[in-house]
Design a protein around this ligand. Structure first.
Ligand SMILES: [Zn+2]
Length: 421
């Protein structure tokens, strides 16, 4: 158990740190989630008696460019040490990728002379749709084993390197400039934001387009998605902050869409500034954000809502426990780690965790040390309640677990508000 839980509000002082977006020194605190272990650092049984490292987890915002970010940068070699396995994409994710690829192929009139690039292209889940349509592709994926799968199984040409200014310049010099660059859920993970956006500018053809998807700060705040804050996520974007960041590199955001995926995301389209035609959606959303993006009171309210959620959820679990109910957890996710560690809930209230990912089964959750089991255990043990920590897939999970529910099992969904289903 990680016991060092500092209050979410109060005792917060301005940080003498530089903003990852604009370099301004001095960040305003929003919320402190105390010291937590790394959200994806699952433990083996033999690790349980050892010392578990924790890092401060604190969200702050830049008064200059408005970028929300955490204050600690855990070294990538520590953070990603266990990332040698595949991200498993749900059918929803692959369909989502296909729809944007098909749309761009048509609207941008891409052909065999074009090039579509994805940064952090994983196993080729997105670029495969261009490749199948005869459009040349290039994936950039640092994990070599995953890059190999993209090539072998999907025919997606992939180079296994970290993307930044240097690699982009090399590619451009070798005549490989992109008509489309995709970066889905990448920017939040990057410490050198400016290096990556400079890379976009260097790699992009004069008439090309960059398409970036990132979880939206407004959805995080409105829906109290505080559990999406963990050390792997360095930044939490608004359009205002992205607009400034891209402008620093001669890129202009020309269009924006709000997506429901991942609890609410932004999809932005950016072009070289000298060829940019800005759509009204961008102006509208920037105007909307001007009312809240630098509003300290809104950030304070968010902190207070996190505290009420804690009181409510812990209260419910205690009531159930006192009534002799057995409670399990669904989802050994990074989000779940933030929630359980910050709320201080573990084996005293919860029995075990189930997760569909076979690479996680048999391990233990960081900080809380709950054993991760196959979801079949829900039917074997039939606990009375199951705390659903992958709430972003609530509908999918509830459907999959219909048998557990038919036998009287109930799910507790904690976000955006505590409800039992
Ligand atoms: Zn800034």
């Amino acid at each position: 158990m990680v016991h060092e839980l500092s209050p979410a509000v109060g005792h917060l002082v301005q940080h003498n740190l530089s903003c990852r977006g604009c370099g301004q020194v001095g960040l305003n605190p929003i919320l402190s989630l105390g010291h937590t272990p790394l959200a994806n650092a699952l433990l083996r049984e033999e690790d349980l008696t050892g010392i578990e490292l924790t890092w401060p987890l604190e969200l702050a915002w830049c008064p200059d460019c408005s970028l929300a970010q955490i204050t600690e940068t855990v070294p990538p070699e520590t953070l990603f040490r266990d990332y040698a396995y595949f991200s498993s994409f749900s059918d929803t994710m692959v369909a989502h990728a296909r729809s944007i690829a098909d749309r761009l192929r048509e609207t941008r009139k891409l052909d065999h002379n074009s090039l579509a690039v994805e940064i952090a292209s994983n196993d080729g889940y997105l670029l495969q749709w261009y490749h199948k349509a005869g459009i040349p592709v290039l994936g950039i994926e640092p994990a070599q084993n995953i890059a190999l799968v993209a090539e072998a199984e999907r025919g997606v040409r992939t180079i296994s390197e970290f993307f930044g200014r240097e690699l982009a310049t090399q590619l451009a010099k070798s005549g490989q400039q992109a008509d489309v660059i995709h970066a889905n859920n990448v920017l939040a993970h990057v410490a050198d934001l400016n290096g990556v956006v400079a890379g976009f500018a260097a790699l992009l053809k004069p008439s090309g387009i960059v398409v970036v998807e990132a979880p939206y700060l407004k959805d995080l705040l409105d829906h109290v998605e505080f559990d999406t804050i963990y050390h792997e996520h360095l930044c939490y974007f608004s359009l205002t902050a992205l607009n400034r960041l891209f402008a620093q590199h001669g890129l202009t955001i020309v269009d924006v869409e709000r997506l429901a995926i991942h609890g609410g995301s932004l999809r932005i389209f950016a072009a070289h500034t000298d060829s940019a035609v800005v759509q009204p959606a961008v102006t509208r959303l920037l105007e909307d954000e001007s009312h809240w993006v630098r509003d300290a009171a809104l950030y304070a309210l968010f902190g207070a809502r996190v505290e009420s959620l804690r009181t409510e959820l812990v209260g419910l679990l205690d009531t159930l426990k006192d009534a002799g109910k057995r409670i399990a957890v669904y989802g050994a996710s990074a989000k779940g780690s933030t929630l359980m560690n910050y709320f201080g809930i573990g084996s005293e209230r919860l029995d075990f965790v189930v997760d569909r990912s076979t690479v996680k089964q048999g391990f233990y959750t960081p900080g809380t040390h709950l054993k991760i089991c196959d979801p079949a255990r829900l039917l074997e043990d039939q606990p009375d309640y199951c705390l659903l920590l992958t709430w972003n897939f609530a509908e999918e999970v509830l459907k999959q677990q219909s048998q557990y529910r038919q036998r009287g099992g109930k799910f507790i969904i904690p976000i955006p508000e505590v409800r039992v289903a």
